[in-house]
Ligand binder design. Sequence first.
Ligand SMILES: [Zn+2]
Length: 289
Amino acid sequence: METVEDIINKQACGTAAVRGLSLQIIAEMNLLVPNVLVNIESLNIKATSSAVNPYLQPAAKEALRRAITARGGATLEINSAYRTIAQQFLLRSWFEMGSCGITAAALPGRSNHEDGLALDIPVADPDHPDRDPEFVAWRTALENEDWEWFGWVSSDVFHFTYKGTSVRDDIGDVGVHAFQRLWDREHPDDRIADGGFWGPQTAARLRMSPAEGFSTKKLLKLIDPNMTGEDISKVQQALVNAGFLTASQVTNVYDSVTQVAVKNFQEANGLGKDGIVGTQTRKFLGLPA
Ligand SMILES: [Zn+2]
């Protein structure tokens, strides 16, 4: 299992390795503040790498939708959209190491891309954005919808920031808080005491976190929408073997039937009857921890 620290030390210079952790952070943000970020893949966009998290604040997404519509079906390529605290931590660490040619990187929680209001799009020749007709057309369409180009104010010719109304300005902090909640839930005996903001405790725990995200194995339970996946079918098969489910009830879905079977299994084995498959229940089912 690679940790965020492993990725930092590799100096890979790209952030795709923390994609799993990033998606968990985004999901947690949306639990903290419903719809704080929305997926933009339904728009006519094309991410140029797997490091791109296709998420923006809702108002920024609608403005982007109008800009794309104005270009009559053209596909917008995107180099970067939402950046999580985990991605920003990589960039900041490489910047502090003098690595990867990074000349500036904000502290995690403080980068413009962590607000869900920023987009980077490709420019054929960064020294001459005005000579790239596709870029010029996108720039016009985006500026008409309150996306400000940063090429005027800095050398960041790829970057646009949404300056329209109906947006939140605290999303960077929501992202930090979301990571802290994720960590605390996984490590109830090692909670982060940085008061919801970026600090040394948060940095230390983020270093130790798995780049691919925390395992959900320990936490299988009945929720709405139901949990799905291979982890579930393995638990269900073990319950079949133990005589608490039938083969036709192996569905890959942690449904109410599965919950009843888990509770019955827990009761029969003298475990806490909470219907949650954690480390103890997994052990009794003969599954790896
Ligand atoms: Zn940017």
